[in-house]
Write a protein that binds this ligand. Structure first.
Ligand code: CA
Length: 224
């Protein structure tokens, strides 16, 4: 799951970034409205958390632009403005939800999860392929009933491969989905992550599930 945080207050941005990263999200942060809008238009985010009082371009106009071009994009407005008229304005402009500062991260997380659940792509709580199983609610993965001890990045990588099993995931696609925008695109990093994941998911087992398509990418598949 990929999330964009548009927030100019560095402490809040860092705290929200850390919170979502710990929950297994890939997080990009923009510190003003112009950057935020640019990323919202060009990136592929499951949810955007949008502050209203922003430098360069305020959140209302960012939201308006997002809605003009991407009507299905989930947006949660995050702001200190708590007047009823402001809330109504946010909802009229097409915000999916609204959270008033100061807020508890757990509430923001719950609202994001809620939006993702009712979003256009319904989230299954367990992903399965062959004898591989990933319980998203419990944040656990197992193979043949044996629990896999995965680092957060390995978990995200496996989740992505599971969601796209049978399809080739190119290195570019994996980089886009699994690393934030500061990733330098070095494919060695992706290959190394795959190697670590294979050691846990495939090495102990006779039947290999992660396959390399030389020069293209990777695929989760039951081939011999
Ligand atoms: Ca602000």
């Amino acid at each position: 799951m990929k999330i964009l945080i548009v927030e100019d207050e560095p402490k809040t941005a860092a705290f929200v970034n850390q919170g979502f990263t710990e929950e297994g999200f890939v997080v990009d942060v923009a510190a003003d409205g112009v950057d935020g809008l640019h990323l919202a238009m060009t990136g592929d985010y499951d949810v955007i958390v949008l502050d209203i009082m922003l430098p360069k371009q305020d959140g209302w106009s960012v939201l308006e632009e997002i809605r003009k071009h991407r009507s299905d994009q989930c947006v949660i407005v995050l702001t200190a403005l708590d007047a009823v008229s402001e809330r109504v304005r946010g909802l009229n402009l097409g915000a999916d939800d609204y959270l008033i500062k100061p807020f508890a991260f757990s509430e923001l997380l719950a609202r994001v999860r809620n939006l993702l659940r009712r979003g256009p792509v319904r989230q299954e709580s367990v992903l399965r392929f062959a004898d591989l199983e990933m319980d998203l609610a419990r944040h656990r993965a197992s193979r043949a009933g044996i629990s896999l001890d995965l680092a957060p990045q390995e978990y995200r990588l496996l989740e992505y491969l599971l969601r796209h099993c049978g399809e080739v995931s190119t290195r570019t696609r994996l980089a886009e989905q699994l690393w934030d925008m500061n990733f330098d695109g070095d494919s060695n990093v992706i290959d190394a992550a795959i190697r670590r994941l294979r050691r846990k998911v495939d090495s102990p087992y006779h039947r290999k599930l992660i396959h390399t398509l030389r020069g293209v990418g990777y695929v989760l598949d039951e081939r011999d």
